[in-house]
Design a protein around this ligand. Structure first.
Ligand code: RFL
Ligand code: PHB
Length: 390
């Protein structure tokens, strides 16, 4: 098999890249390890920056997003029962949109199907060869056969646990990471959200987040210890703990119901440098992970894909290599700034289960007080929350 761009991973990064390349007349093949049902069964992100919405519109996959996305002007931060609303629309002129990653992925699959996009599901044993040359290959198994895909470029969009990042030799690669001593327990339920805007709450018992997928479907998260297990969290226990951690007005509005999905995810920050090595480029979670507190993961995957699709288009249109040469630096600049924001928002809103945490508690209190009383502080928060310029 032969194509121009070989893409490993059919999550949002890989699918959006293949769609944008198609719009620009460039051929690609996507190799995805799992079935389409499996990929669509993962409940993950839900909050899109304006730039992400614009990219999906540009890719021609935003009909349902334009109709069903829920726009927000602000968020509520709560510290021990005290509220601070950050009106990011007033402060920055940008809104945020609630629209699930599951729906983004489904829209991308549908668009690629309509236009004859090649996506090979259940492609296993993927290995990369010749990425230090101009004739890279991807070897894999599909339909019980060993196959080879010859291409001009290999793009690793295969997430944190994928194989692409490992193909960059350790002598040129540097990985930075920081883990947090807690996880998030997430619940999806067919119940109306407690509030029209998102609520991020710090409580002595731990963090809580009220989000949503639609006017009738809620998404909630609470901080739990790293060793927490889903089967230790029956619905009743979850609702009671969430209720305790919310400010009284939100708690009064909380409508509970059976969960339709429940999962636990540890929090970590991770960045791999560089994001390009010869013919291999990394995009999305394959190159970086942020804790979900700032809702930046999917949005960063989309900004990587934006830079990369532009660079590949310039290369195929007029042999220009500048965009490809600058890709890693350009993408990492935005990644580090979003990592900083996600990290500081995580520190502000979680209990770190530390002994002798009196000092960090006071710092947290001071930071919250600063946000509540300084427009400059709220502006800085809002600027990062809505997404830094590309
Ligand atoms: P994905 O989605 O992990 O997709 C990678 C794909 O690659 C496949 N794969 C392979 N394919 C072939 N061969 C191999 N060897 C392969 N290994 C893996 C996988 O099967 C998969 O299909 O990465 P991508 O595309 O970079 O997308 C990144 C986003 O999924 C991620 O950043 C976000 O979900 C993070 N995130 C959020 N981001 C936001 O922007 N806003 C949010 O509100 C938000 N909320 C969240 C989140 C992540 C969460 N979790 C579960 C950590 C909330 C949570 C709870
Ligand atoms: C979500 O709706 O899943 C969500 C929203 C905001 C976050 C993280 C997750 O910060």
């Amino acid at each position: 098999m032969k194509t121009q761009v070989g893409i490993i991973g059919g999550g949002p990064a890989g699918l959006l890249l293949s769609q944008l390349l198609y719009v620009n007349g460039i051929e690609s093949v996507v190799l995805e390890k799992h079935s389409r049902e499996h990929v669509l069964g993962r409940i993950r992100a839900g909050l899109l920056e304006r730039g992400t919405v614009q990219m999906l519109q540009q890719a021609g996959v935003a009909a349902s997003l334009n109709k069903n996305g829920l726009e927000h002007d602000g968020v509520e931060l709560v510290y021990k029962g005290r509220n601070c609303r950050i009106d990011f629309f007033e402060l920055t002129g940008s809104k945020m949109t609630i629209y699930g990653q599951t729906e983004v992925t489904r829209d991308l699959y549908q668009a690629r199907e309509k236009t004859g996009g090649r996506i090979l599901h259940k492609a296993t044993d993927v290995t990369l060869a010749g990425i230090d040359t101009e004739r890279p290959k991807i070897q894999f198994h599909h339909d019980g056969q060993a196959k080879t895909l010859d291409c001009d470029f290999v793009i690793g969009c295969d997430g944190y646990h994928g194989v692409s990042r490992a193909a960059i030799p350790s002598k040129v690669k540097r990985e930075y990471q920081s883990s947090f001593p807690f996880a998030w327990l997430g619940v999806l339920s067919e119940t109306p959200p407690v509030s029209e805007e998102l609520i991020y709450a710090y409580h002595q018992r731990g963090f809580a987040l009220c989000s949503m997928r639609s006017k009738t479907r809620s998404r909630y998260y609470i901080q739990v210890p790293l060793d927490a297990r889903v089967d230790h969290w029956p619905d009743d226990r979850f609702w009671s703990e969430l209720n305790t951690r919310l400010p009284s007005e939100a708690a009064r509005n909380l409508i509970t119901g059976p969960s339709i999905e429940k999962s636990i995810a540890p929090l970590r920050s991770f960045v791999c440098e560089p994001m390009r090595w010869n013919s291999l480029f990394l995009a999305g979670d394959a190159a970086h992970i942020v804790p979900p507190t700032g809702a930046k993961g999917l949005n960063l995957a989309v900004s990587d894909v934006r830079y990369l699709s532009q660079a590949l288009s310039e290369f195929y249109q007029n042999k220009a290599t500048e965009g490809l040469d600058n890709y890693s630096q350009r993408a990492l600049d935005r990644v580090w700034k979003a990592s900083r924001f996600s990290w500081s928002m995580t520190r502000l809103l979680h209990d770190f289960y530390e002994d002798g945490s009196a000092f960090s508690n006071r710092i947290r209190e001071a930071e919250f007080e600063y946000l509540a009383t300084s427009q400059a502080a709220r502006m800085s928060f809002a600027e990062s929350y809505v997404g830094l310029p590309y």
